[in-house]
Design a protein around this ligand. Structure first.
Ligand code: HEC
Length: 151
């Protein structure tokens, strides 16, 4: 393989690695596999205040649309289990698996459409910035190798 080929292979591998890392961290522990179980819990225990579609119920519960962007999973699990403000604690009525599942359901399902598009754009931009940084580093390395071979 030519030196150029090696450099490009390294750049592509690096960009793929960094891209993978940013996608994994964007999910933050919410598990799509828990969504169906979480929806059943939500309809029983939560929809009365937050609305079946997460848009909230006047005087009872706030909208949960875009909730994943407003706090981390651990904070939301804590609020669901122990209550927050006028929201009652569910730690006694739901087991920890149900709390985990309903947290995944609200955080993965109630996503504002613009927010989803924005997040995608941000993740994409982040990945290309990282790829550019990697490219610059590898190119600089290539120049160094070449310079050292010249003398
Ligand atoms: C009696 C009405 C009521 C019920 C039932 C209810 N909530 Fe809430 N919920 C609220 C209110 C009011 C808030 C706003 C609390 C605050 O910020 O002071 C809230 C806030 C939240 C938040 C944001 C918490 C945070 O940390 O900012 C989440 C997530 C949430 N609810 C999920 C749920 C889930 C899941 C259920 C069902 C297990 C549920 N809620 C049931 C009234 C309710």
């Amino acid at each position: 393989m030519s030196a150029r080929g090696i450099v490009w292979t390294a750049v592509i591998a690096l960009a793929m690695m960094l891209g993978g890392v940013s996608v994994a961290s964007a999910q933050g522990g919410d598990d799509p596999g828990q969504v169906a179980a979480g929806q059943a819990v939500y309809e029983m225990s939560c929809a009365g205040c937050h609305g079946a579609d997460g848009t909230g119920v006047e005087g009872r519960g706030r909208p949960l649309i875009g909730i994943a962007a407003q706090g981390d999973r651990a904070t939301h699990i804590e609020s669901i289990a122990n209550g927050k403000g006028f929201m009652p604690a569910f730690g006694d009525q739901l087991d920890s698996g149900e709390v985990e599942a309903v947290a995944s359901f609200v955080r993965l399902t109630f996503v504002a459409e613009e927010a989803a598009a924005e997040e995608l754009a941000e993740t994409g931009a982040e990945t290309s910035v990282l790829a550019l940084v990697g490219l610059t580093m590898v190119a600089a390395g290539g120049l160094l190798v070449r310079a050292s071979r010249r003398d």
